[in-house]
Design a protein around this ligand. Structure first.
Ligand code: UDP
Length: 460
């Protein structure tokens, strides 16, 4: 679409929750907005800013800092955990975000709109204080959002029991084990249950409800939710060069909290033949038990395939002692990798993953079959969809103690890497990959939605 014809470009302040899995999609959406002529400033916490400087930050988007009240240590520094962190973030974050709005006004570069993470509903209060457009951004799937909404509106009463008939509009029949962990085990971490349910407290007042998914992926759900709110799908938020290739310099997220071992990974992969490597990652937050780590380790070894395994530095002490030495010929363990480059590499045959939403969208867009091993939060629901709705992979089954055993790891890897099931999954993934490109390419459903959002901003 044509760039806006007015003296000044509209200006959006984009506010992600300060974790990698929320920064990545909101940053990518920012790049799409900039490409369409909007000025964007990403507001991140001082703590993340300091940390990212230790990692990589090469994105084209301007960055400004706000405070969550814990500039030196982030959420980990809150002695009372998230119960203490979230209210303080709300209090200090609102003030410092408002300070940014004032600062831009004084600079002659006023803010027109705040795009705020649904985890931070106070972003809308700041927008209203200054009479700005308020757009809430959901980084997770519509299926998961819809479940949380039905907990919020009382349709799903917690705790769920075996007798609860779990029926949510637009969703297939679900077992308790398919529900997000905050819903299936509500007593486990009440502050986080409150956080995800409270996303809906003021959603009805937002001018826009933006979702990181695409229409054909969650058609029925999107259509159902769009009847209640001004909901628009804008995803998948994967760098353009992996999808429509219209944003020439958009090859990576460019904002990494951990430093990727890029050379080591890519050189190692270059030496492997097509589809011969199992890529394993549980994302930026998951903490596996020592026993679970051991089962995965020996399951990978026993599968006899090459593997590239991301084990964050804080998780590495959990690896079995002799594991690295025993697998040195077959495996590479790194603390962080450039995941998109890895998934796009011809050597990768499957992705053993916690099925975080970004990882799921990345696998889908790049056509990599998944072995879903969900750990917590929305990953369980994503895994259900991956296997039973989208046919993108298999879900590893837990034993009665909630553990995925080494035989199961090995069996799932073999099922996806070889045999008919693997072929069928690859066919489905190809289809999803094409639909993902179609959605963000010129005239696609997500592209049109972003155009509409920009056009309204220009008018207002
Ligand atoms: N990621 C990465 N390198 C790694 C592991 C993960 O760049 O070694 C990225 C991945 O591409 C994704 C994000 O980190 O964009 C993880 O998000 P996801 O929603 O999958 O999981 P979370 O970390 O939020 O649990």
């Amino acid at each position: 679409m044509e760039k806006p014809k007015r003296a000044q470009r509209p200006h959006c302040l984009v506010l992600p929750h300060p974790i990698q899995g929320h920064i990545n999609p909101m940053l990518q959406f920012s790049k799409r907005l900039e490409h369409k002529g909007v000025k964007v400033t990403l507001a991140i916490t001082q703590f993340i800013f300091n940390n990212t400087m230790n990692g990589t930050s090469s994105s084209s988007i301007s960055v400004e800092t706000i405070s969550d009240g814990y500039d030196q240590g982030g959420p980990e520094a809150a002695s009372g955990g998230y119960e203490e962190y979230l209210p303080r973030f709300r209090e200090v974050g609102s003030k410092t975000l408002a300070g940014l709005v004032v600062k831009f006004g004084n600079m002659g570069c006023p803010v027109d709109c705040i795009v705020y993470d649904a985890f931070l509903p106070w972003g809308l209060d700041v927008a209203r204080e200054f009479g700005l457009v308020g757009a809430v951004f959901f980084t997770q799937s519509c299926a998961v959002d819809n479940i949380y909404y039905h907990v919020y509106n009382g349709h799903l009463k917690l705790p769920l029991t075996e007798r609860t008939n779990i029926t949510v509009p637009g969703l297939p029949p679900l077992e308790i084990s398919d529900m997000p962990s905050f819903v299936s085990v509500p007593q486990a971490y009440p502050p986080l249950l409150k956080l995800v349910v409270n996303q809906f407290a003021n959603v009805g007042e937002a001018d826009w409800v933006l979702c990181n998914t695409f229409h054909k992926l969650e058609e029925e759900l999107v259509d159902w939710m769009a009847k209640i709110w001004p909901l628009r799908t804008i995803g998948p938020t994967i760098p353009s060069m992996y999808l429509d290739k219209r944003l020439q310099d958009d090859k990576e997220y460019g904002f990494s909290i951990f430093k990727p071992k890029t050379d080591a990974c890519m050189k190692w992969l270059d030496q492997r033949s097509n589809g011969s490597v199992v890529y394993v990652s549980f994302g930026s937050l998951a903490q596996l038990g020592v026993d679970q780590m051991e089962e995965i380790a020996w399951g990978l070894k026993n599968s006899n395939y090459y593997f590239l395994w991301v084990v964050r530095a804080t998780e590495q002490p959990k690896l079995p002692k002799n594991f690295m030495a025993e697998t040195v010929l077959n495996g590479l363990v790194v603390t962080w990798c450039p995941q998109l480059d890895v998934l796009a590499h011809r050597a990768i045959g499957c992705f053993v993953t916690h099925s975080g939403w970004n990882s799921t969208l990345e696998a889908l867009s790049l056509g990599v079959p998944m072995v879903a091993m969900p750990q917590s939060t929305d990953q369980t629901t994503n895994a259900k969809y991956v296997m039973d709705v989208w046919g993108m992979g298999v879900r590893a089954q837990c034993d009665e103690r909630g553990m995925v055993r080494r035989e199961e790891v090995e069996g799932c890897v073999r099922e996806v890497m070889e045999g008919e099931r693997g072929k069928e999954i690859r066919r489905k993934e190809m289809k999803w990959g094409e639909l993902a490109i179609e959605a963000v390419d010129e005239g696609g459903s997500s592209d049109k939605n972003i155009d509409e959002f920009v056009a309204k901003l220009v008018k207002s």
